[in-house]
Design a protein around this ligand. Sequence first.
Ligand code: TA6
Length: 276
Amino acid sequence: PCQFEGQSAVHLRSPAGAQATVLLHGATLVSWQPAGDEEQLYLSPAAVLDGSAPVRGGVPVIFPQFNQQGPLPKHGFARDHAWTLQEATVRGEHAFAVLTLSDNEATRALWPHAFTLELTISIDSHRIDMELAVINNGEMPFEFQAALHTYLSTTDVRRAQLEGLIGQNYQDTVLDQPRQQWIDVVTIAQEIDRIYWQAPAELTLRDTGRRLAIVSRGFEDCVVWNPGPERSASLPDLPDDGWLTMLCVEAAQIGNPVRLAAGEEWSAIQSLVVAK
Ligand code: TA6
């Protein structure tokens, strides 16, 4: 491992010059720069990186509980543990890293199951694939929710457009109401927190001079979150105007928790692709 702001991390560089950095803490991807392109992820300048809190930005891994939908700490515990780097290699056009987290005393105290999480991050010149696998190493089935809580960077979120959600049913978490999306484009002017159920596999984020495809496979739901000005000001690890330069578009499995039998494996992917 190398260091990122004094913390253990793995740095990837593809043959074409794309780069990515993953902290061992939470296996949090904190940076992704496609070849010859700028940073695509938002990382709060006030993020706590020393392992004492989840990282505000990048791509925290949510497991085995989404938000406060169960008895566990918010968003589960995976984002709050040190993962182990298994491999970091370049193969062909790709650079990739594999990180794992297995149950230990601390996780079993919260959640009494034997598991391994495996996060594989793979980059080529203009694409990143983030695959989360869950393996049940125990003798009983278990259930979980999961998400890749991706913070995308935006030039000005009020001018950004997220396309592809027309006709979709969603839970509006701010209003605490079920709703339906009637216009194709989601725009942000204030706090937004929505779970789109059974979301399409591909969405597009348009931002000043940029088009980013957000592709998911295996994750059924999609969460769109921006804290807006008031919540941004109240979150200690986000600058007051932090909401303007970020948008979370999360690949998630929330509505239908996965039931995994003993010895079985589940996996799902979120990919980001910059249009050339
Ligand atoms: O995924 C959206 C969400 O669950 C929001 O409700 C908001 O609370 C956000 O995640 C951030 O959660 P955090 O625990 O990282 O502050």
